[in-house]
Design a protein around this ligand. Structure first.
Ligand code: NAD
Length: 262
């Protein structure tokens, strides 16, 4: 299937590693011109160079999306490099673990700055142009926690729900302008993020990361974690031309992990 992404300008945030990096690779392989963004300039430069070496078109912008200025600067950079932004894949790192009753206000504010506000700012900046041109794709990477809250991840459980609510509301406002807005909730995916979660939880539960991993795998019907490329393949479809009638959806890519019927 031709995903219709040749020559489209894409921004992928959180793209220096893990899921974001895999999404950038997938979009570039489909012919999109991809601006990768994250905080670590060295990793970004390497990722962009690897994409270009594989005959893709990529540039990078290093910045911290906690800083309100970064979204504006990133989009302006993408426009200068490749032209108006057609695709936005909003992604950042996960917040620290913690229980809902124990977190202080500073922790909640920091999590909103990491997970919620960057998506709003980036979207507000790219949306008017997409609507004017009558074509746009917006996808936020969330988590299976929007379907089934995960123990000891209160910040993620709450803020991903906020992003999902924003996406659903926005999707109805802009559907008639040819802009789709969806979210993708990865299940457990073999990245740095998950390694750290196992280490953190193992210390808390007085066990080993390996034992925790085995316990988790037993709960996943696929009996393994996802590879980042498996998440990216679905992301690429969700922002594709053929997915033009798919909007306002929260798509879980989880090897069957979540139990909910819908
Ligand atoms: P990761 O930690 O491996 O990568 C996160 C990326 O976001 C990195 O490129 C990092 O530089 C960037 N980033 C972090 N904070 C940033 C900031 N303030 N400004 C700009 N960039 C920032 O994470 P991952 O495993 O690839 O996961 C991506 C997202 O998906 C995360 O939000 C994570 O919580 C979520 N998720 C992951 C899993 C999983 O199993 N890996 C499962 C569910 C949800």
């Amino acid at each position: 299937m031709d995903l219709g992404l040749k020559g489209k300008t894409a921004i992928v945030t959180g793209a220096s590693q893990g899921i974001g990096r895999a999404v950038a690779d997938a979009l570039a392989a489909e012919g999109a011109r991809v601006v990768l963004s994250a905080r670590n300039e060295e990793k970004l430069a390497r990722a962009a160079a690897e994409i270009c070496a594989a005959a893709g078109d990529a540039a990078y912008y290093a910045g911290d999306l906690n800083d309100p200025e970064t979204a504006e600067q990133l989009v302006a950079f993408a426009e200068r490099e490749f032209g108006p932004v057609d695709l936005l894949v909003g992604n950042t790192g996960g917040p620290p673990s913690g229980e809902a009753h124990a977190l202080d206000e500073a922790a909640w504010r920091a999590a909103a700055e990491l997970l919620f506000y960057p998506q709003i700012r980036l979207t507000r900046r790219v949306l008017p142009g997409m609507r004017e041109r009558g074509w746009g794709r917006i996808l936020y990477i969330t988590s299976i926690s929007v379907k089934e809250p995960i123990e000891n991840l209160a910040l993620s459980n709450a803020l991903r729900a906020a992003v999902t609510g924003f996406a659903k509301t926005l999707s109805r406002e802009v559907a008639a302008d040819g802009v789709t807005v969806n979210t993708l909730g990865p299940g457990y995916t073999a990245t740095e993020r998950v390694k750290h979660l196992f280490e953190d939880n193992a210390a808390r539960q007085n066990t080993t990361p390996e034992a925790l991993e085995q316990r988790l795998l037993a709960q996943i019907p696929a009996r393994r974690m996802a590879r980042p490329e498996e998440i990216a393949a679905v992301a690429a479809f969700l922002v594709s031309e053929p997915a033009s009638y798919l909007t306002g959806q929260a798509v879980m890519v989880d090897g069957g992990y979540t139990h909910g019927l819908l």
